[in-house]
Design a protein around this ligand. Structure first.
Ligand SMILES: Nc1ncnc2c1ncn2[C@@H]1O[C@H](COP(=O)(O)OP(=O)(O)O)[C@@H](O)[C@H]1O
Ligand SMILES: [Mg+2]
Length: 440
């Protein structure tokens, strides 16, 4: 859970519903409890909901400032370093106690009920909500540089190490990531049942008994009302379900994603994009990180991926050809994003020689190629690089009951395994530190 917990006084229920409705429309999950305002202590239900929340939104009014229960909820959240956001809903002033309690909290005045005030509130809350579960896209406009290797091995390591909740999305029509984890029979079956990425864009078998699978007809986009697939229906858990181990889930890729390259109706594409956005926003509540493995084309898929992306991780090989992929990435970012929406980029050297740094890598770190690629490559580079090793060569092997056994963090054995795991860990941690304050 990473919802917004709303703390409010029962007298303010009208304003609560107004805020709740605005958040619902923005696909931001919330929770609130009606409680006796003067009973001591925070109820167990409220405790659980506060602990799982990205932030606590307090509706500040004269009534709520006088309510013991609300003060207790806020103190409970502050003790656990959960951010507090307060929306002042009447014209009264903060009492000294509340002013002190809320010293470090963001405050907004929505005492004049207006759509603008609510829009501004939702925009601020959205920032907090998104930072609790950023979307990372592993992207480079070049193939064969290690995108799928990084999506699986680095984020598989991160999940294993931190026991957090990571969702992997396979947005490559070649779906190598899916083939890495699942047997062909299983992925075929899931795709046939629409338990795959196309269901994030278009209504299909998962959410309705009347719609055909969107994979059947490549010339048509189904513009019927879309509902987000329930995450448990569409995602394949890659590790056994165990609350203490977190989650590593995969939404399978499929060849039929290619249909978007043939659809040229702008309305359909816009709808597909907003359906995807809705799914991502809903799923943020269940994860700490969403990772998208992408394919190297400057198509609709790349564009929509950029719309949902908060941070890009671009693997490159240590040679001059890699610069072209990065330059193209920069051009596409410039074309499809604004200064405000442009995601941060981290670049990872992959496939470097184990024993010593080659000249290309040294030059790149010295900034020699910064002007060539159009952004500061030397600053974007992670200081740890991934070396070339047979352990990471993704050959589809036998399907395993437990797919994560295929990851180096679990499966690598032999003389160099410990060294490789250490390196994967250094990269995973260095990258996670670059993300906004998230559970990742
Ligand atoms: N560090 C590495 N060491 C050894 N082989 C690697 C490494 N990184 C990638 N590979 C291999 O190179 C090929 C391309 O990698 P992949 O991750 O599929 O690239 P992309 O997704 O960018 O097309 C795969 O066969 C993969 O196993
Ligand atoms: Mg790939």
């Amino acid at each position: 859970m990473s919802h917004i917990y709303i703390s409010y006084h029962p007298d303010d229920v009208d304003r609560l519903f107004e805020v709740h409705e605005a958040l619902r429309k923005a696909n931001i999950a919330d929770a609130f409890q009606t409680h006796e305002t003067n009973t001591p202590g925070v109820s167990d239900t409220s405790r659980n909901e506060i602990i799982g929340a990205s932030c606590v939104l307090v509706l500040i009014s004269e009534a709520s400032q006088n309510a013991k229960a609300i003060k207790q909820e806020v103190s409970f959240a502050l003790e656990r370093s959960i951010p507090i956001f307060c929306a002042v809903i009447d014209s009264g002033k903060l009492t000294p106690t509340w002013a002190k309690l809320l010293t470090n909290s963001v405050q907004m005045d929505i005492s004049q009920p207006s759509p603008d005030a609510l829009t501004a509130l939702v925009a601020q809350i959205r920032r907090i909500y998104e930072s609790k579960c950023p979307v990372v896209s592993v992207m480079n406009l070049k193939g064969g540089v290690g995108k799928t290797t990084v999506s699986s091995q680095i984020f598989g390591y991160l999940q294993h190490h931190r026991k957090n909740r990571i969702l992997l999305l396979d947005f490559d029509p070649q779906f190598n990531l899916t083939q890495f984890f699942l047997s062909r029979d299983e992925s075929d079956e899931r795709i046939e049942q629409d338990k795959s990425v196309l269901s994030l864009f278009e209504p299909g078998l998962l959410t309705s008994s009347v719609h055909p699978s969107p994979a059947l007809d490549w010339t048509k986009f189904n513009d019927a009302i879309f509902s987000t697939p329930v995450i448990e229906d569409i995602a394949r858990p890659l590790i056994p379900i165990d609350a203490y181990k977190g989650r590593l889930d995969l939404i399978c890729g499929q060849f039929e994603l290619t249909k978007f390259a043939f659809l040229d109706d702008a309305n359909s594409l816009e709808l597909a994009q907003s359906n995807l956005q809705q799914c991502i926003d809903r799923y943020r509540k269940d994860y700490d990180l969403i990772v998208v493995d992408t394919n190297p084309s400057a198509s609709f898929l790349t564009r929509v991926t950029l719309e949902i992306t908060d941070h890009i991780l671009a693997p490159i090989l240590p040679n001059e050809y890699s610069l072209r992929g990065l330059k193209l990435l920069d051009m596409i970012l410039t074309r499809f994003t604004t200064d405000e929406t442009r995601p941060d980029v981290s670049v990872l050297f992959n496939g470097v020689p184990k024993s010593q740094q080659n000249q290309f890598e040294t030059d790149a770190r010295d900034g020699i190629y910064d002007a060539d690629v159009g952004f500061s490559l030397s600053k974007a580079l992670l200081s740890n690089a991934l070396y070339h090793t047979a352990y990471l060569d993704l050959k589809s092997g036998n399907a395993l009951n437990n797919p994560v056994e295929r990851l180096a963090v679990n499966g690598a054995r032999g003389p160099f395994a410990a060294d490789l795991k250490r390196r994967l860990g250094e990269i995973a941690n260095e990258f996670a530190d670059r993300l906004p304050d998230s559970g990742a």
